[in-house]
Write a protein that binds this ligand. Structure first.
Ligand code: ADP
Ligand code: TRP
Length: 321
């Protein structure tokens, strides 16, 4: 079984990215053959700053490797190092209806917020389909917001299979972990770097403390009985605590004497402890960029081999001799 997923290098990663996606990707190395890449071409739809894209691509690679991506066992590369996806993107484009792309939530959301769309943003799901289909991916672990894109890849694959040759493309399946489908931000809305409500994974201790202390609550004081259901501190704590610890926290909410600040400090300690084991490897990689680039080049060569073989079959099927 082949599992594939990508992440855009478009900013500092937060715990929503981690629990919604990165963690699942890393864990899936035990379930099958993992293909994971940094979606640098996709980032171009929104990032127009050279330094920013370069830095974030490098840091995304460092973060994945520090968190347990195993470049020997899995195939891990940067999207633009394997150019075959662009060729497939064009072939798929000619088998994708305008209507399908017009229905994409990501495009509709952005344009409804007044962000003027470029063609890259509009055709973004086709490139994503190329990423998925060129590697014959079976399973695509994604956050909830990406399910529609995987379904579109499936639709596009289906229509080409009908038009040319059954079974040219494997039909991919999205995999979403319902428990953490949407990690809430410090204000209770979906955590997202564009809403400024994130808790970052690898920021400075000071910054992470500021983010946790900024979690929005009601105004109940020390002597009040507090509701843990629907409380933002509690909801985020659920990601970091086991059942026993959560029971304890519930009791503390229901017993007067402590305030929300105390619960935030408990959560902050859990967060710091959770990511601490990855810090050393991360620091090592940040200081040794050559090592990181070699790992990525090795991953790109493994990915290229598969993609170029698949493209030979596809070119032949559509008449590009
Ligand atoms: P952001 O919303 O911060 O811009 P991205 O859109 O770059 O995040 O998302 C990268 C990956 O992380 C996607 O697979 C997405 O589904 C997942 N993800 C992002 N935010 C969350 C969240 N709050 N809960 C669960 N998964 C998330
Ligand atoms: N669009 C995805 C995101 O924003 C990133 C991505 C690009 C991707 N290509 C992919 C994810 C292929 C899964 C499969 O998060």
């Amino acid at each position: 079984m082949r599992i594939l997923s990508g992440i855009q290098p478009s900013g500092i990663i937060h715990i929503g990215n981690y629990f919604g996606m990165i963690k699942k990707m890393i864990e899936s190395q035990n379930d099958g053959e993992l293909f994971a890449f940094i979606a640098s071409y996709h980032a171009l739809t929104s990032v127009k700053d050279k330094e920013f894209l370069e830095t974030n691509t490098f840091e995304a690679a460092v973060n994945f490797l520090a968190l347990g991506m195993d470049p020997e066992k899995s195939t891990f590369w940067v999207q633009h190092h394997v150019k075959e996806v662009l060729e497939l993107y064009w072939i798929l484009s000619n088998n994708t209806s305008m209507g399908l792309l017009e229905r994409a939530h990501s495009y509709k959301d952005k344009t409804s917020k007044g962000i003027s769309a470029n063609h890259g943003l509009f055709s973004y799901p086709v490139l994503m389909a190329a990423d998925i289909l060129v590697f014959d991916s079976n399973i695509v672990p994604v956050g909830k917001d990406q399910i529609q894109h995987v379904e579109m890849a499936r639709d596009i694959a289906n229509s080409i299979n009908h038009a040319y040759k059954e079974e040219l493309f494997v039909l991919p399946q999205a995999k979403v972990d319902e428990v953490v489908a949407t990690v809430p931000g410090t204000d209770g809305a979906k955590m997202s770097k564009s809403y400024g409500n994130t808790i970052d994974m690898f920021n400075t201790k000071k910054k992470i403390k500021k983010q946790v202390m900024g979690i929005v609550t009601d105004s109940k004081g020390l002597d009040d009985v507090k509701q843990w259901e629907d409380n933002n501190i509690y909801k985020i704590s659920e990601l970091f605590m086991n059942e026993g610890e959560l029971k304890d926290l519930q009791k503390r909410f229901e017993t007067p004497g402590e305030g929300y600040g105390h619960f935030k400090i408990t959560l902050l300690e859990k967060i710091n402890n959770y990511f601490e084991p990855y810090e050393e490897k991360r620091a090592h990689l940040l200081e040794n960029p050559k090592e990181v680039h070699e790992i990525l080049a090795f991953g790109a060569s493994k990915a290229s081999k598969i993609a170029s073989e698949k493209m030979r079959i596809i070119r032949d099927a559509v008449g590009l001799i």
